[in-house]
Ligand binder design. Structure first.
Ligand code: ADP
Ligand code: LRH
Length: 473
């Protein structure tokens, strides 16, 4: 009997439940349910709607029941760095505040007064982003010490959703590393660092690895859904699951393209050299203790916000068409400028940047979209230069995965500006990586090598060759 696994993959812009199983050696994937995700204002903070997200998971599971399929397992992955704190009665102490909330403004600098930037990097290997969990926790310590004092349990978003499914509390490794509180070499919580910051160590749980079977559904859920199944830990950090879908090839750089563009390589050890620190590359923990050496680039968040600012009048596909029609219009913004993290109005912010830098100012939806795509491509090119300088070698292929790989214009642009072959796909790389981790835990796939080979055989990848050189990109 084939075993069926469900991947719950929730990115910052949308979530989906995908059903996967092996058939004649190949991996079959089908969508059970898809829903929106967004940040909403609750009181003074930008927050996630965790209760709704859990309800959406249950709705998706009910769809599976309607299909008459009894799944063997479920695994959850989401975006990284955000968390929930539980009190002694396992009740959340706060809303799930989003990493785009300004509560971390200035916190990084305050943390550097307690521990040097260099030491922090050498111990954790994690890039400096003002929204990392470490700075979110430090902000709580400073501004709401009462909340932190009451916290008995620290759970990242997938850990919390797993807790709602099973009643079990655990911290999964890949997502835990994104906190900047895990030692890259011992792969455990860095208690010394927590002591220096004055953050309670006891609320952290033992770190568990992907492929761990966490347990079964809570009884009340079994009654509600009409079936039980194993809850398995995939790489619960979505980027960790996504990169499983990239073939292990020394010559390939990946871009996990969604709300963020995560661009880098996979290694068997963390790289904490000075150049990596200077360029702000991260070493996030992966399945089987692989490390993702990558850089966060602002990504398609910018176009998501542009789309929202136009009141969703244009679809993503339409914005690509309009950008193509914008002809020779060209203006480049520094996508990694913090001003684009959560501006009041993305279109206005882009226009202001162009005015301030004396460039042509985009004025139509097509010009705004073209500016975003050109700017992303320019940032990818710069990042490749940094990677090649760190590794002292050149890479010849770029594998774009995730929802953003459907953007044919951007794929071609990336091939043109980098003068490298671009491979686009799979679109659902994250859900696929999530499912193969479960199938490995269930004994349906032997190891990561086999998983990658099954993925390669099962999903189509589209090739883009450089066709024209783009000047000054
Ligand atoms: P996340 O997991 O971060 O929520 P996804 O991997 O789902 O992100 O990718 C979402 C992005 O995919 C959108 O921001 C959009 O730019 C891009 N996208 C989705 N559909 C299309 C499409 N039909 N054409 C071009 N781009 C698309
Ligand atoms: C992508 C992602 C990324 C993190 C960011 C918070 O969804 O998980 O890897 O840096 O969200």
């Amino acid at each position: 009997m084939n075993k069926y696994s469900i991947a719950v993959d929730i990115g910052a812009s949308s979530g989906r439940l995908m059903l996967g199983h092996r058939e004649n050696g190949q991996l079959q994937l089908s969508e059970l349910y898809r829903f929106e995700n967004q940040i909403v204002q609750k009181g003074n903070h930008f927050c996630w709607e965790l209760d709704r997200l859990f309800d959406e998971i249950k709705t998706g599971l009910k769809k599976c029941r309607e299909l008459g399929i009894q799944p063997d397992s479920i695994g959850i992955d989401t975006w990284a760095v955000d968390f929930v704190l539980l009190d002694e009665n396992d009740q959340p102490l706060t809303e799930a505040v989003s990493y785009r909330d300004p509560r971390t403004d200035g916190m990084m600098e305050e943390v550097f007064e307690l521990i040097s930037k260099e030491r922090l990097y050498l111990e954790t290997g994690i890039q400096f982003q003002k929204f990392n969990t470490i700075y979110q926790l430090y902000s709580l310590k400073k501004n709401h010490p009462d909340i932190l004092a009451k916290a008995k349990s620290f759970l990242m978003i997938p850990d919390y959703l797993n807790f709602l499914l099973t009643g079990k509390k655990s911290n999964e490794y890949t997502n835990a590393t994104s906190t900047q509180l895990v030692n890259a070499f011992t792969k455990k919580w860095d208690y010394e660092l927590l002591d220096i910051l004055g953050i309670n160590k006891d609320m952290f749980h033992e770190i568990q690895m992907p492929k761990t079977i966490l347990g079964n559904l809570k009884e009340e859920l079994v009654t509600e859904l009409g079936f039980d199944m194993n809850v398995i830990l995939p790489a619960t950090h979505d980027t960790g699951s996504a990169v499983i879908s990239v073939p292990e090839e020394e010559s390939t750089i990946y871009i996990s393209s969604g709300t963020w563009s995560l661009m880098g390589t996979e290694n068997h050890f963390p790289i904490c050299v000075t150049k990596a620190l200077d360029y702000n590359f991260t070493n996030e923990g992966g399945i089987d203790y692989r490390f993702r050496f990558l850089k966060n680039i602002m990504g398609l968040w910018m176009i998501q916000e542009v789309k929202r600012n136009y009141n969703h009048e244009y679809s993503f596909a339409r914005l690509v068409e309009l950008a193509e029609e914008a002809g020779d219009f060209r203006a480049i913004v520094n996508v990694n400028d913090d001003r684009f993290l959560k501006p009041d109005n993305m279109i206005q912010e882009i226009m202001n940047y162009c005015i301030e830098t004396g460039q042509s100012v985009p004025s139509t939806p097509g010009e705004v979209a073209k500016c975003v795509y050109d700017s992303l491509a320019a940032s990818y090119k710069e990042t490749i230069g940094e990677i090649e300088s760190i590794f002292e070698k050149s890479f010849d292929k770029i594998n774009v995965i995730g929802g953003g790989c459907q953007n044919e214009m951007l794929n071609q642009l990336v091939a043109d500006v980098t003068n490298k072959e671009v491979l686009a796909g799979p679109i659902e790389a994250t859900a696929i990586g999530n499912i193969v981790a479960q199938l490995m835990a269930l004994g349906e796939i032997t190891d990561l090598e086999e998983a990658r080979s099954v993925i390669k055989q099962s999903f189509e990848v589209k090739k883009y060759e450089p066709i024209k050189s783009v000047a000054n990109s």
